[in-house]
Structure formats: C-alpha cells, structure tokens
Ligand binder design. Structure first.
Ligand code: BGC
Length: 753
C-alpha cells in the first residue's frame, strides 16, 4: 500500500514519539511527517463500514460512505456458525481495504449481563464461549483481507448508564470466567491487530489506565502482540495510560496530552522507555497496515448484499410454529405492521451504517405471493437524525389515528388466510448511549396484535428488536420469528424463511425470560453512585435461570426448524490435548433439508468449588438432507474446562468426572456422558490462615504436617488420620491455643514455601 519504510522508534525525536500516542483527528492515527510516514485510518465497525465522507466532524456524526450493512452481532450470533461470521468479516474487510481503512473498530464481545443493556444489539451473547467463537470468526474474516480489527470494549463494559466512569465491581473469578473469557479466546486464537479499552472502571480503576488489565492479563498472560487504543474519549490521565500500556489515545487531543507526555519525560516523572514501547506499537501498526496490497476498483455491491442476505437468513430464530409456517405462495396474506415496509435493521450509535440499499419484507413477500394486502397497523416513531443516540422520544400519534390503523389491520386480517404481523422496537427505544428501562414492545403494537388475533386464527409474528423483548402473546399466536436486527438484506431474508426457501436454523444466544424481574442482574443494574455490583457472580444468563430453576419463555440455545432431528446418545473420551472429544450422531428425520445446532454443555457434579449447573463448551451447526445422518465430533478444549482459582490466581482444570450433556438447547438435553479428566495439580500457598484439612492434603507439606501435628495435644484431641470437621477447620495460626508449639507451625509454613 505504501512504499515508505516505517522507521523504528529509535529514529524518532521525543516529540515525534509522543505525537504517535494520540489520534490526528477523529479517525486517523498520526504518521511521521519528517520521514514521509502517512497517517492511517480506522473506522467503525462492527457489522459494516462507517467511514465518514469528507472532513470528519468533531463528534464523528456526519454522513458516511455507503457500505453493506450486514446483520449486527445480536443476529449473527444466532447463526451459531463462525463460518457465517467469517464470511461476513471477509466482506467487511474487502470494503475496508477498498476504502483504504487500516482497522475496522470491532467486533464487540462484551457479555449481555442485563436485558436492559443499550448496546446489547452490538454484542453476541450472554455466554462467553459463543461470544468468543463468533467474535473470532469476524476477526478471522476481516484480517484475512489484510485489514485489522479492534476487539472491544475491553472490559466489563456492560451498560450504557454512566458509561464514562461507572465502576464494574466484579469478583476475580467472575471477571475471568465470564467477562474476560470471550476476549481471551479471541486474542489467543486470532491475534486481533488492536484491542479497544472501554470507558468504565473495573473495581475502581479506569480500564484505560489499568496496568493489570492492559499489560499483565492482555499481554503477559494471553500473549497479545498488537496495539491497545482507547475508546473514543476513554483516556483519563494520559501518563498513567502510557504506563499501563494504553498505546493510543483516540480521538485527537489537540496536542495537549502529547505535550504532557513530553513534559513528564523531561521532568523525570515518566520513564522514556514507556513512551518508546507505546510509540513502537503505533509504528508496528502503521507498518502492518502498509503491507496490505493495494486494491483497486469498487466492491460488488450485489455480491455483498447476497452475503448479507444469506447471513441474515441464517440468523433468524423460529420460536414457535404450530404448522402455519412455511407459508405458501398461494395463500392470501395480510401483512400488518409498519416495520414490514420500513424495516428496522440496525441499532443507533457509532455502529450505524449508511447501507447500499435496503430490502423491505413487504416487497420481498409480494415477489413470492400474489394475494398480499398491507396495513401499517401502527406508526413507527421517526428515527432520530444521523446515527441516533439522542434518546429523544417522538410525540405519540393521536389515539384516533391509532384506532383507525388498528381497524384497517383487523379488516385486512379477517379477509386473509393468514396474518403476518411485524412488531418491534423503534430506534428511540434502544441505542448506544442509554440503557432500556423495560423489555416491553410498544403498547400500541401489542394492542393491534390482540385485535388481529381476534380476527384471524392464523397469526405469525415477526419481531425486529436489538435486545430481548417480553413475548406475552407467544401462546396465542401460531408462529413467532425472532429476526433481531438483520442488516440491509433482512427483508428478503425474512421472506426466504417465511416461505421456506431457507429452513430456519438460528438459535437463541440469550434467554428470553417471562419477566424482567426473573433476570439475573435485575436488582443490581445499573448500580448507584457510579458503582455497579455484579452480585449475581458467575450466574449470568442461563446459568442463573438453571441454578434457580426459573421457568423461561424460551431457553438459551433454542430454535425450531421446518424439519425434525434426532440426536443420538453421546460418547465422551479424554482427548490427547487434555480436553474432551464428544461424538454424537444427528439425523434429519423430517422431509426437508435443514440444519441442527448440536450443543454440548459441561458440568462437574463433584466439584470442590462453586459451579453453575452447566456451561456451553462446544457446538456445531450441521446441515443434513432429509433422512441423512452424521457423526459429529465436538471438541471441548482443555482451556474451556478450567475454572479460575482465586487462591492461586491461576486457571485450574479440576481432577475428576465431567458430565457432558448434549442436545438442541440448554433445556432440551437428550443425552449425557461422563468422562474422567486428569486435573492440574493445585498447590495452595500455606499461611497462618490455611486450615488443617488443607495442610494435611497439601502435596508438599502434608506428610510433614501429619507427623508433626499427630504428636501434639492437638493430635490427641482431633485425629489427623480421620476427617474431623472441628479440627479440620482450624487455621494453622490458631493451633497454639490447642497445644501446638509455634515452632511447629513455622516449620510447616516454611516447608511449603
Ligand atoms: C464507541 C465505540 C466506537 C467509537 C468510535 C465510541 O463511542 O463506544 O464502539 O468504536 O465511539 O466511533
């Protein structure tokens, strides 16, 4: 792309080094003018390009060049197929390369902790394993085109309320196993070129100036080799950020923070080596971006639209079908709901794309069936200007207007064989920048649906929403399609599924509960006084509903098909890499081709630590012709079996029996197999607070302790050879009160050191 040789940091002046640590403007990194190194460009992300045309304005709000709007993560995740995300990623990468964009700012792999999270539509799941797998697909795809990614928002950034300063208060195990795990997976498997640190604080420390997060965990533990940039405006005290390993402040600081860094080096408060490290990483990124071969010409908009359509169809989740679907072209169809004509296909905020074109479901339905009526049913509030985010609410139409629209819809429903009712959340209800206050669909939409249900006994609901909504009508309708936000080709993809050109195979990556009140973070979200306690701990999403045996409307992993499948009894064996290989047969027992998503959940029944009932650890989307049967091998990696051991600060695979349950959703588990896994040795530190049972079981000082304590008054009172609840729970430091010499205690502690 560029012929200039990118220099090494040693060739730069102090000012030049400092300059590289902050943006040139809203979307560019600085180059090095003196040496002919050109600035490079980064743009949003994550489900298409948002490259602003012309001069960037101060807030990055003005129009962007047309680009293919692929399905946002909320939908793509539901495909449960990383090949789909990789294909989409490759197309985004191609568009980015053509626009000379060095880094696409995505994907986002944050966990959907609360149903109310304003950016839930930008994230994949309530589960870290699927978020990691699907996020890896996007990164692989984009980077295959010589374009970088920015894995965001690192980390524990799970709400929009007070997002610039709220502290996510998370215990160490939960942080590792739930909130960091998806990031770890993507970093270890795909090496994204960059990571974007988030606005919030974690346990009191800003992510943008946390050396533990940005250097120890990310680089030392996970082996990240790229550059860390700040989210836009997330940099707090720049010198602290540089010391922590936050390489690039975005966007521009107008030279202010560069000058602060120069001054800090000069007055000795910042070691120049820190500056060398971060500036070198900026140079490395510029060099890498320059290695991409130049691309000429435009991209094939039709081809990319087709990829968007295929991905969208793969993302649709069929939640209910009493036989009404697929529709037949010869039926008379009443299409009801303004979303059918004016689709909502993406969320508001920085991910908002200017699509190359938009398919409306109504047009696509009319292309297939000839007897199609349309009534708007309700009024969708006008979308906010530009990329949205204002949170402003449009005035509601007069009740007389709504009544007339409803009556028209009822008349159309009465006259048709089937009513297809499009419902969803308007732009003003969900966006980056604010969280939701409830999970209900607009009342006027529900009122229309109620009236239509009275008028026609065959009603199919098609939902457009970026985050979970309550479905109080699910029992009263014949069919429900959850289409999430499907990107620009969502309308035609919806028709593909409605008429059976595509057999639905999407599965829920998040639980749909009966009530918001049932959900895990209900009592603690979004916190108070800029602190939010992640009080549900490990029990996020289905982990919570399963542990508390709460009935849900639709469980994690759920989704129907137009065919039927049979999953056989699984076998599970320990594999050569210390993980588990699960083999299971899947058969298409119906009469159309389709895809089953086989899911493997792991539990450790005899665990010595707190465990959730089961966790997703492997899955596969398997395409089968009618009558076809296949053996599927699901590989569970050893790293995914580990829990975070807080006493040693390390990942540990526990020794013992692991249960693998296999099925088509987290609550439809058709078979289980047990397998023994050889664990890691857990050597706990021995301190005054170690209790007798821990010391006696200790691999290094256990024998010594048994022998020494056995001869004391303690040993006479409580046996050291048999379990003894009272004696076993005494800390070493207190044994002096039970007739043990301090010297013996000291010897045991020293023996383990
Ligand atoms: C968002 C990021 C985005 C950046 C640049 C921020 O407000 O949090 O996701 O990449 O803006 O638009």
């Amino acid at each position: 792309m560029s012929d200039t040789t990118v220099p090494d940091v040693s060739e730069l002046t102090l000012d030049e080094k400092a300059a590289l640590t902050s943006g040139l403007d809203f979307w560019h990194l600085k180059g090095v003018e003196r040496l002919g190194v050109e600035p490079i460009m980064v743009t949003d992300g994550p489900h298409g390009l948002r490259k602003q045309a012309g001069e960037a304005d101060h807030l990055g709000l003005n129009a962007s060049v047309p680009a293919t709007c692929f399905p946002p993560a909320v939908a793509l995740g539901s495909s449960w197929d990383p090949e789909v995300t990789a294909r989409v990623g490759a197309a985004i990468g191609r568009e980015a390369a053509i626009e000379d964009v060095a880094v696409v700012l995505g994907p986002g792999v944050n966990i959907k902790r609360s149903l109310l999270g304003g950016r839930n539509f930008e994230y994949f799941s309530e589960d870290p394993f699927i978020a990691s797998t699907m996020g890896s697909g996007i990164v692989r795809g984009i980077q295959s085109q010589g374009v970088g990614t920015s894995l965001k928002h690192f980390a524990a950034n799970n709400q929009e309320t007070d997002r610039m300063r709220a502290s996510s208060e998370v215990d160490a195990r939960t942080l590792r196993e739930i909130y960091l795990r998806a990031f770890q997976g993507v970093v270890e498997d795909e090496q994204p070129w960059t990571v974007m640190c988030s606005y919030n604080r974690i346990n009191g420390v800003y992510a943008s100036e946390d050396p533990w997060l940005l250097t120890h965990v990310l680089r030392t533990e996970w082996g990240f080799e790229g550059l860390v940039m700040s989210d836009w405006g997330a940099s707090n005290i720049r010198t602290e950020g540089v010391k922590a390993g936050m390489d690039l402040e975005m966007p521009a600081s107008g030279g202010l923070t560069d000058a602060q860094l120069v001054a800090a080096v000069k007055d000795g408060s910042l070691d120049e080596e820190y500056l060398d490290i971060v500036a070198q990483r900026a140079l490395d990124l510029i060099r890498k971006a320059g290695e991409r071969p130049a691309v000429s010409g435009g991209f094939d908009a039709d081809e990319h639209h087709a990829i968007a359509r295929e991905a969208a169809a793969r993302s649709i989740v069929l939640l209910k079908n009493d036989g009404v679907l697929p529709l037949s072209a010869s039926q008379s169809i009443a299409v009801i709901g303004e979303f059918a004509a004016k689709p909502r296909f993406q969320g508001g905020g920085s991910s908002h794309i200017n699509p190359t074109r938009v398919d409306a479901a109504l047009d696509a339905i009319r292309e297939v069936a000839s007897e199609v009526s349309y009534s708007a049913g309700y009024v969708v509030p006008e979308a906010p200007e530009g990329i949205g985010m204002s949170g402003a609410k449009a005035p509601k139409p007069a009740q007389s207007v709504l009544d007339a629209l409803r009556d028209e819809a009822v008349a159309a429903a009465k006259a048709a064989d089937v009513a297809v009712v499009f419902l969803g959340l308007p732009d003003e209800d969900e966006s980056e920048g604010f969280d939701r206050e409830h999970i209900d669909l607009p009342a006027e939409q529900l009122a229309v649906l109620d009236a239509v249900i009275e008028a026609n006994e065959r009603v199919v609901v098609v939902l457009s929403n970026g985050s979970v909504v309550a479905l109080p009508f699910a029992e009263r309708v014949s069919g429900v399609l959850e289409t999430w936000l499907l990107g620009q080709a969502g309308g035609s993809a919806t028709a593909d599924v409605l008429f059976g050109a595509v057999n639905p195979s999407g599965r829920l990556t998040e639980t749909i509960p009966f009530r918001l009140e049932d959900s895990p973070a209900f009592t603690s979200f979004p916190g108070e006084a800029s602190r939010v306690h992640y009080g549900e701990g490990l029990f996020v999403g289905y982990r919570w509903y399963d542990a508390r045996a709460i009935d849900v409307r639709f469980p994690f992993g759920f989704g129907l098909s137009y065919t039927t499948f049979e999953i056989g009894a699984p076998t599970a064996v320990a594999d050569a890499d210390g993980g588990i290989a699960v083999t299971v047969s899947v058969t298409n027992t119906g009469d159309v081709a389709g895809r089953e998503v086989v899911q493997a959940y792991v539990s450790v029944p005899e665990s010595s630590v707190v465990r959730v009932p089961r966790e997703l650890k492997a899955f596969a989307s398997v395409e089968l012709q009618p009558g076809e049967s296949r053996e599927v091998v699901l590989s569970i990696r050893r790293r995914d079996l580990a829990y975070w051991e807080v006493r040693t600060g390390a990942w540990v695979v526990e020794d013992g029996a692991y249960r693998v349950e296999v099925g088509s959703s987290s609550r439809d588990l058709v078979g289980a197999a047990d397998v023994a896994v050889a664990g890691d040795e857990l050597v706990l530190p021995v301190t005054r607070d170690s209790v007798v049972s821990e010391v006696l079981a200790h691999p290094v000082v256990g024998d010594l302790a048994r022998e020494a304590l056995g001869k004391t008054a303690f040993g006479e009172l409580f046996s050291v050879d048999e379990p003894n609840p009272m004696g076993d729970s005494l800390p070493l430091g207190r044994l002096v009160s039970f007739g043990v010499d301090q010297a013996i205690v000291d010897r045991i502690i020293a023996g383990a050191a």
